[in-house]
Design a protein around this ligand. Structure first.
Ligand code: GAR
Length: 200
């Protein structure tokens, strides 16, 4: 079974969806580590309740962001993480981190990339006036939400939508799509050919 690590900055509902699949025996891996840049994150509480090793890495404990990131990297390596899953982790991992870590890193983003990368993707979609949005699971590269796409699914944007209602509609899909993508990668069904991801 692949050893899966998760990084999350906040609420951790995507982490919870992964924990549920794991506890019900449907995840092609074991969640062995949950880290956060925010020691207050609800995600850490969820990990604790599930009996998963977890650790906060507050910026204030380190002299630089680089040092903070190195501490996260060291810990993930100590836990022998083989696949890293970003679940609402609101920091961009540096090129050095990705180069040193060497294992695949996944992210979920609440838009149909390459539309609306970065912060507040749902608000960006509403302000742009698109009629369809959704979510994307992709490999992380050194860019911002720019890595090769594994899975995407669309949801409608309705005339009466608020940021909250659209976010909730997308989130429901995220909770199904992320475990599915993690399973595809963890069971070796995903092949990367440059930007193109083939799923067998
Ligand atoms: C999710 O909607 C996720 O797609 C988004 O943050 C939310 C985290 O929710 N991620 C990003 O915007 C990354 N740029 P959660 O903490 O409940 O899983």
């Amino acid at each position: 079974m692949m050893r899966i690590g998760v990084l999350a900055s906040g609420r951790g509902s995507n982490l919870q969806a992964l924990i549920k699949e794991w506890q019900e025996g449907r995840l092609a891996g074991d969640i062995v580590a949950v880290g956060s840049d925010n020691p207050q994150a609800l995600a850490l509480k969820r990990a604790e309740e599930a009996g998963i090793p977890h650790k906060g890495f507050p910026r204030s404990s380190y002299t630089s962001r680089q040092e903070q990131e190195q501490a996260i990297l060291n810990w993930l390596q100590e836990q022998k993480v083989e696949l890293l899953v970003l679940a609402g982790f609101m920091r961009v991992l540096s090129e050095e981190f990705l180069r040193e870590f060497q294992k695949p890193v996944l992210n979920i983003h609440p838009s149909l990339l390459p539309a609306f990368p970065g912060l507040d993707a749902q608000r960006q979609a509403l302000e742009y006036g698109v009629k369809v949005s959704g979510c994307t699971v992709h490999f992380v590269d050194e860019g911002l939400d720019s890595g090769p796409i594994i899975l995407q699914e669309a949801v409608p944007v309705l005339p009466e939508d608020t940021e909250e209602s659209l976010s909730n509609r997308i989130l429901e899909v995220e909770h199904r799509l992320y475990p599915q993508a993690v399973n595809l990668v963890a069971s070796g069904k995903v092949v990367r050919k440059g930007r193109i991801v083939e799923i067998s």
